[in-house]
Design a protein around this ligand. Structure first.
Ligand code: NAP
Length: 261
């Protein structure tokens, strides 16, 4: 049990990578608090975790990470359930839409920055003081290989994820002597609803079939496949564990070798 007696706050926990992280952490003994905007989805994930790992293993709240008051309320609810903490924060909530750069609206730009980057900031600001006080904590920011590279039609998403890496590195160095580590994981294309939407988008824009669009995405990886949510969760688990204590300020790819730095 690598997370025995630990507690975790997981954003974007209603499906995809966040759901896999909640399950992986709870299986290793953590009590998890999952949040996202869609209450029914986080309620369902918390129920799945309780059914597998026990009645006290999970709770949930609706939370929009781009709204600072919503974040404060969710952390208050998490502390009431978890008793203190959390020991581990996984900033996984995110959105990814595409737009020609010259057609990118203020709303589109702000939505990506507000959720992906500022939401990560709000949650770190709420979670870190008790971690520093206790002298133990883990922050895992789910960024993307888009945090390291550039690609057409995803400037807002890419800028937000580059920002997450800057935030991660800076706070990691600031807290290096406190017992708190701060890292990012950088997935390539993962088999989730987000990638399903990318497939639909390619279909709509290019007239390709769903199979052709998915194959084009898979071919971007040298392994010619999508990463699974469980692979991302396994990396997050390592970073959250005692064994990961020497790893901080890093941005680790799980992308089948697409990006080699
Ligand atoms: P997903 O299936 O679309 O899930 C995204 C999760 O984030 C959902 O639970 C969603 O719930 C939540 N969320 C979105 N906006 C939110 C907000 N304002 N406040 C709180 N929760 C919010 O996507 P995924 O593939 O699991 O992606 C998870 C993370 O991995 C994202 O940060 C994404 O950028 C990153 N990532 C994904 C891929 C990929 O290929 N899928 C690749 C690299 C990185 P609600 O909509 O109900 O709020």
């Amino acid at each position: 049990m690598r997370l025995a007696d630990r507690t975790a706050f997981i954003t974007g926990g209603g499906r995809g990578i966040g759901r896999a992280v909640a399950q992986a952490f709870a299986r290793e003994g953590a009590r998890v608090f999952v949040v996202a905007r869609t209450a029914s989805e986080v309620e369902s994930v918390a129920g799945e975790v309780r059914a597998e790992c026990g009645e006290g293993a999970a709770a949930h709240a609706a939370c929009d990470v781009s709204d600072p008051r919503s974040v404060e309320e969710a952390f208050a609810a998490a502390r009431a359930f978890l008793g203190a903490g959390p020991d581990v924060l996984v900033n996984n909530a995110g959105v990814a839409d595409s737009s020609k750069f010259t057609e990118t609206s203020d709303e589109f730009w702000r939505r990506h920055l507000d959720i992906n980057l500022t939401g990560t900031f709000y949650c770190m600001r709420a979670a870190l003081p008790p971690m520093v006080e206790r002298g133990w904590g883990r922050v895992v920011n789910v960024a993307s290989v888009a945090g390291k590279t550039g690609a057409p039609y995803v400037a807002a998403y890419t800028a937000s994820k580059h920002g997450v890496l800057g935030l991660t590195r800076s706070v990691a160095s600031e807290l290096a002597r406190t017992g708190v580590t701060v890292n990012a994981v950088c997935p390539g294309y993962v088999d989730t609803d987000m990638t399903a939407r990318a497939v639909e988008n390619i279909q709509a824009k290019t007239g390709r079939s769903a199979v052709e669009a998915l194959e084009a995405i898979k071919r971007m990886s040298p392994q010619q496949r999508l990463v699974t949510p469980e692979e991302v969760a396994a990396l997050a688990l390592l970073l959250a564990s005692h064994e990961g204590r020497g790893i901080t300020g890093q941005a680790i790819n799980v992308d089948g070798g697409t990006v080699l730095y």
